[in-house]
Design a binder for this molecule. Structure first.
Ligand SMILES: [Zn+2]
Ligand SMILES: [Zn+2]
Length: 400
């Protein structure tokens, strides 16, 4: 490592360490004021304040449907890549910050502010923090991707707290669908022959999907619930509702699963003489973990003394809207250990304000800042990361 690189890295680590109380206070303040997806007004204000104070240009309210989104940028005097840290800050109903997005948002902001302070105006490129609301409910990043907010970004990084520090954990493609079944109401005893049961169409569909599962790709996961099954036992229901969540290893696999599930539902419904409509939600893409960025981050985590699991983790995984970003821009979504609790539990809500949680916050901030600095110093890493993504996408297309 060159003297300059080591000097700046040490300066950044010291800066974050010396100012850590400010970041811990911010993460705890967001923790104490949990806000649900789309309603993260306080968190947006509190996270953008230090960015503005540090000289970042902040745009808020990026989309009418995402009022709590933001885009903070600082452009250096020299030309170079654009690197983005992602902030999430939504909480869960009843549980509060049981996913630790207070730590995600604060680590992104503290890394950005500290990197700017350490480099002064010597930044070769542009540093960005993108405030992406509604991760838990609503796929905020999908909307931002679709509206071009990631088009000019060269690399994306964020940190999620968890029970283990790991870099290459995957996530599945997924989509939810609400299905409404329509039949014809009739008295269930007096004139059942006059009715068409929307409930039978729905139950028939559930069974058909279950019977379809063994013939779907191994990664397919389809599960549904009944939202409305009728109003009275003596009336043949004319209106029933169900919701399904479908997941698959890739977006392409998800499309083929979807087609077969919808066929099964339409045929089952038709067999009963009923009709149905389907309303599909946003499509979450699977996560492509960029290895060039991931290994650079691992190197920096080791520099600050954090033990890392660098294995490829493909089981026991869910879905997240960062997947859609990772299809477009080289992306990493690593995890930092903050104890042994599992996410989305009351124990994790405790962990995300605990001393271990705050230690994880500071480690994540340092690792993000150091890795972004490496990328600014060596644009060839970005070229390699982009080439890797291009090849991954091409290989996938060729397999189809
Ligand atoms: Zn979550
Ligand atoms: Zn989360």
């Amino acid at each position: 490592m060159g003297d300059y690189t080591d000097k700046v890295k040490t300066k950044m680590e010291d800066l974050i360490e010396n100012e850590k109380n400010q970041w811990i206070d911010l993460a705890l303040k967001i923790h104490e004021n949990p806000e649900l997806s789309f309603e993260e007004h306080k968190a947006t204000q509190w996270l953008t304040e230090p960015l503005e104070q540090a000289g970042f240009r902040v745009k808020r309210h990026l989309l009418p449907e995402l009022p709590t989104s933001f885009f903070a940028e600082w452009t250096g005097t020299k030309a170079g890549p654009t690197i983005a840290f992602i902030a999430e800050y939504d909480a869960l109903a009843e549980l509060g910050h049981a996913c630790g997005h207070n730590i995600i948002g604060t680590s992104a902001v503290s890394a950005a502010v500290s990197l700017k302070k350490a480099l002064d105006d010597d930044l070769p490129g542009k540093l960005v923090v993108i405030g992406t609301p509604a991760e838990e409910e609503g796929g905020g990043k999908i909307l931002l991707v679709e509206n071009g907010w990631f088009d000019d970004i060269d690399a994306v990084m964020m940190f999620h707290p968890r029970d283990k520090t790991m870099i290459f954990r995957g996530s599945l493609a997924c989509v939810d669908v609400d299905i409404t079944f329509m039949g014809k109401a009739a008295h269930a005893a007096a004139n059942p022959d006059q009715g068409i049961s929307a409930l039978d169409a729905m139950l028939h569909s559930f069974l058909a999907i279950k019977q379809l599962l063994p013939s779907l790709p191994a990664s397919a996961n389809v599960h549904g619930i009944i939202r409305k099954g009728g109003d009275a036992t003596n009336i043949i229901p004319d209106h029933c509702e169900a919701s399904f969540l479908m997941r698959a290893k890739t977006r392409e696999e998800l499309h083929s699963i979807k087609r077969r599930v919808y066929d099964a539902v339409r045929h089952s419904t038709k067999a009963i003489g009923a009709s149905c409509t389907m309303e599909e939600g946003l499509i979450y893409a699977e996560r492509i973990n960029n290895r060039v960025l991931g290994y650079q981050l691992m190197y920096n985590l080791e520099r600050i003394g954090v033990e890392v699991d660098s294995s490829e983790i493909t089981t026991g995984i869910g879905s997240s809207d960062i997947g859609n970003v990772s299809q477009l821009v080289p992306t990493i979504h690593p995890y930092i250990k903050i104890g042994n609790a599992i996410t989305h539990t009351p124990a994790f809500t405790e962990a995300t304000k605990s001393p271990e949680g705050m230690a994880g916050l500071i480690q994540a901030a340092k690792a993000l800042a150091l890795t972004a600095f490496d990328l600014f110093q060596s644009p060839s890493l970005i070229m390699q990361a982009k080439e890797e993504l291009r090849q991954t996408i091409n290989q996938r297309r060729n397999r189809l």
